[in-house]
Design a protein around this ligand. Structure first.
Ligand SMILES: *[C@@H]1O[C@H](CO)[C@@H](O)[C@H](O)[C@H]1NC(C)=O
Ligand SMILES: *[C@@H]1O[C@H](CO)[C@@H](O)[C@H](O)[C@H]1NC(C)=O
Ligand SMILES: *[C@@H]1O[C@H](CO)[C@@H](O)[C@H](O)[C@H]1NC(C)=O
Ligand SMILES: *[C@@H]1O[C@H](CO)[C@@H](O)[C@H](O)[C@H]1NC(C)=O
Ligand SMILES: *[C@@H]1O[C@H](CO)[C@@H](O)[C@H](O)[C@H]1NC(C)=O
Length: 530
C-alpha cells in the first residue's frame, strides 16, 4: 500500500533555517536517533492502536510517520474495548527505540501499567520509508518495569537501559532483553525532586543520561567512570527556559542526536495543550570538559529559528501532514491510529475506508473502531467525505474532535432518514477515565438525501493555551458538494494535560440498535488554516 498523499514541500527551496516546532503535532516522549543518513523518532501513544509510531527524517526538521513498533497492543483484554473495560490513558508511556547493528534490526521497549516491559522488534527494512517493509513481532516481556526507559546498545552489543522515577537507575539486560543481569540506582536528585524520562548515551566514550525534571527542566548526568553505572554528576541543560512558543509549557524531556559531521542537537517537546506535546529542536555546543549546552538566542531563550541541521540532505523528505488520503488500502497509512485495538473484521480500506458498525452502544468512548489522526497546529481543518447510504436505523456516524472532552458533527440515522447533528460535551471522568457524559445535541442540521455523499469538517485551533483559562475553539461544518460548507456550530477545546494525548480528528460509526450498517469514508483531507 502506498498512501495517496498529495503534499506540499514543507520547506521553501534554498531555505537555510528551520522554524520551531519542527512538527506541530502531538508526538510526545520523543526518543530520537540516527542510522546512516536517516533520523528516527519514536513516540508514545497510550491506548491508541497501533502504538509507538516511528517517524523518519533526512534532516531532523521534516518528519514522516513510517510505521508503528507495536502493531497490536498486547497488554491485556481491556485494550480491545470489548467487554473488559477500557484503557484510556494507560498503555504506552515514554518508551524507547534503537537500531541494533549486530542483528540489523530495530528494537522497541516500553513498560506498561507499571507491571512489566514489553519488547517488539523488526528487521531493518531495505527501505525504511516504506511502511509495508517493516515487520514488527513481539519478542516477549521482561518481568521488570523499566519506567520511562532509554535503551543503549553499547559498542560491544551489551544492552543497558536507564529508567525510573523519581531516581534514575541503569540495568544491564540479557542479550534478548527479556532478563535483567544487574540493576543499580545511579542518580538520586534528592528528596522533593523527581527525575524521569531518561535517555542513556555513550558519547565519545563517556556515558551520559539525559533526564527530565517534569515538566520544566532537563538535566544531563555524566558518568565519572567509564561505566554506565556511574557514579554520575549532574548539570541542568535547560531550566524553565522561555520560548520558542508562548502559552506553552517549558521545552523538556526528549533526547540528543548528532549529524554525520559531528554536530549535536537536542530534541525536546513542549506541553502545548489543547494540541498535546510537540517537538522542538535546538543545537548543542559542548564545553571543553564534555558538558552540552543549548544554543539560545540573545535573550537566553530557545529560539524560534535556527540554521538547518542538515542543509543538503542526501535523501529526500517524505510527505508532511497536509494532504488527502483516499484510503487506497489494504493497509491504512501510518498517520492513522484507532482509539483502542480495532475489530479488524469490521473495516476495510480499498479505494475508500468502509467502517461497519462494530458495537451496539450509545457511548462513543465505548465503541470500537474510532479512527484518529493528530491535528496539525496551530490551526487546521480535517474533512471527511462520507457515503452514508448504507447506514441503518439507530446508527451514529461522523467526524469527531476526539479527547477526554469530545464533540462531533455526525449523522444520526433514525428510521429511514439521517440528520446532521452537532453533539457536544462527551466526557471521560478524570483519573478513572470512564464515561461521565455521553454528550448532548447542541445543533441540528438538515436531513440527508439518502444517496448523496456528505462532507463533514472540523476546523480546530490548537494554538497553545496551556495553564490558561482561555479555551480554543473548533468549528463544525458540513457540505453536500465538498466546496460550499455550512457552519453548524462550535465547541471549545479543554487545555488540561491529564489525558496526556492532545485533540485528534477522528471518524466513527457505531450502532445503537443492531449491527449491519456501514459507512464509506471516501477521503480525508488535512489542511492548515491560515
Ligand atoms: C547503514 O549503512 C550501512 C553501510 O552502507 C548498511 O550496510 C546498513 O544496512 C545501513 N543501515 C540502515 C539501518 O539503513
Ligand atoms: C522508499 O519508499 C518510499 C515510500 O514508499 C518511496 O517514496 C521511495 O521512493 C522508496 N525509496 C527507494 C530508494 O526505493
Ligand atoms: C569527541 O571527540 C572529538 C575528538 O577529540 C572532538 O573533536 C569532539 O568535539 C568530541 N565531541 C563531543 C560531543 O564531545
Ligand atoms: C475482543 O477482541 C479481540 C480482538 O479483536 C478478540 O480476539 C477477542 O476474542 C474479543 N473478546 C471478546 C470477549 O469478544
Ligand atoms: C457543555 O457543558 C458546558 C459546561 O458544563 C455548558 O456550559 C454547555 O452549555 C454545554 N454545552 C452543551 C451543548 O450542552
Amino acid at each position: 500500500m502506498k498512501p495517496l498523499f498529495l503534499s506540499v514541500l514543507p520547506l521553501a527551496l534554498g531555505a537555510t533555517t528551520f522554524t520551531n516546532p519542527v512538527l506541530w503535532q502531538d508526538y510526545p516522549d520523543v526518543d530520537v536517533f540516527r542510522v546512516n543518513s536517516t533520523y528516527y523518532y519514536s513516540s508514545s501513544t497510550f491506548a491508541y492502536s497501533p502504538g509507538a509510531p516511528v517517524l523518519t527524517s533526512p534532516d531532523l526538521v521534516n518528519w514522516t510517520p513510517v510505521t508503528h513498533s507495536v502493531p497490536t497492543l498486547n497488554f491485556g483484554p481491556r485494550y480491545n474495548l470489548n467487554g473488559s473495560g477500557s484503557a484510556y490513558v494507560k498503555g504506552i508511556w515514554a518508551s524507547t527505540l534503537r537500531y541494533r547493528a549486530s542483528t540489523d534490526s530495530f528494537i522497541w521497549m516500553g513498560c506498561v501499567e507499571s507491571s512489566k516491559t514489553y519488547i517488539w522488534s523488526s528487521p531493518a527494512p531495505r527501505n525504511t520509508s516504506d511502511s509495508n517493509s517493516w515487520k514488527w513481532t513481539s519478542q516477549g516481556t521482561n518481568p521488570a518495569c523499566y519506567y520511562d526507559c532509554g535503551l543503549l546498545i553499547d559498542d560491544d552489543d551489551t544492552l543497558y537501559i536507564s529508567y525510573g522515577n523519581p531516581r534514575i537507575s541503569v540495568a544491564q539486560l540479557s542479550r534478548d532483553g527479556t532478563r535483567q543481569v544487574k540493576t543499580q540506582t545511579v542518580y538520586d536528585p534528592g528528596s522533593g525532586t523527581t527525575f524521569e524520562g531518561s535517555r542513556l548515551y555513550k558519547i565519545n566514550g563517556t556515558y551520559y543520561i539525559f533526564a527530565t525534571r517534569p515538566a520544566d527542566a532537563e538535566y544531563v548526568l555524566k558518568s565519572t567512570t567509564n561505566s554506565p553505572f556511574g557514579p554520575y554528576t549532574a548539570k541542568p541543560l535547560v531550566n524553565r527556559i522561555s520560548g520558542p512558543l508562548s502559552s506553552a509549557g517549558f521545552s523538556h524531556q526528549g533526547g540528543v542526536v548528532d549529524t554525520p559531521d559531528g554536530r549535536w542537537y537536542y530534541v525536546a517537546f513542549m506541553d502545548s495543550y489543547p494540541g498535546g506535546r510537540i517537538p522542538v529542536v535546538a543545537p548543542l555546543k559542548w564545553t571543553s570538559d564534555g558538558w552540552p549546552e543549548v544554543v539560545t538566542d540573545s535573550k537566553g531563550a530557545w529560539a524560534r529559528e535556527y540554521p538547518l541541521p542538515v542543509p543538503n540532505p542526501s535523501i529526500a523528505a517524505g510527505p508532511g501532514p497536509e494532504g488527502t488520503d483516499l484510503f487506497p488500502g489494504p493497509a491504512l497509512g501510518p498517520q492513522w491510529e484507532w482509539n483502542h485495538n480495532p475489530d479488524n473484521s469490521k473495516w476495510k480500506a480499498n479505494s475508500g475506508l468502509t467502517l461497519q458498525t462494530a458495537d451496539v452502544t450509545t457511548d462513543l468512548f465505548a465503541a470500537r473502531n474510532t479512527l484518529t489522526q493528530r491535528i496539525l497546529g496551530p490551526k487546521s481543518a480535517g474533512t471527511f467525505r462520507i457515503d452514508a447510504s448504507k447506514m441503518r436505523d439507530g446508527d451514529r456516524a461522523g467526524a469527531v474532535l476526539f479527547r477526554d472532552r469530545s464533540a462531533y458533527i455526525g449523522l444520526w440515522k433514525d428510521g429511514s432518514s439521517a440528520k446532521i447533528v452537532l453533539v457536544n460535551n462527551l466526557t471521560l471522568a478524570q483519573s478513572s477515565w470512564t464515561t461521565s457524559s455521553k454528550g448532548s445535541v447542541a445543533a441540528t442540521g438538515p436531513t440527508l438525501t439518502a444517496t448523496d455523499d456528505v462532507w463533514l469538517r472540523i476546523e480546530a485551533d490548537i494554538t497553545p493555551a496551556f495553564g490558561s483559562n482561555t479555551e480554543r475553539t473548533a468549528t463544525f461544518s458540513y457540505s453536500s458538494d465538498g466546496k460550499t460548507f455550512t457552519k453548524l456550530g462550535t465547541a471549545s477545546l479543554a487545555n488540561s494535560w491529564q489525558y496526556f494525548t492532545g485533540y485528534r480528528f477522528g471518524v466513527f460509526n457505531h450502532a445503537t440498535k443492531d449491527l449491519g450498517g456501514e459507512i464509506k469514508v471516501k477521503s480525508f483531507t488535512m489542511q492548515l488554516v491560515k
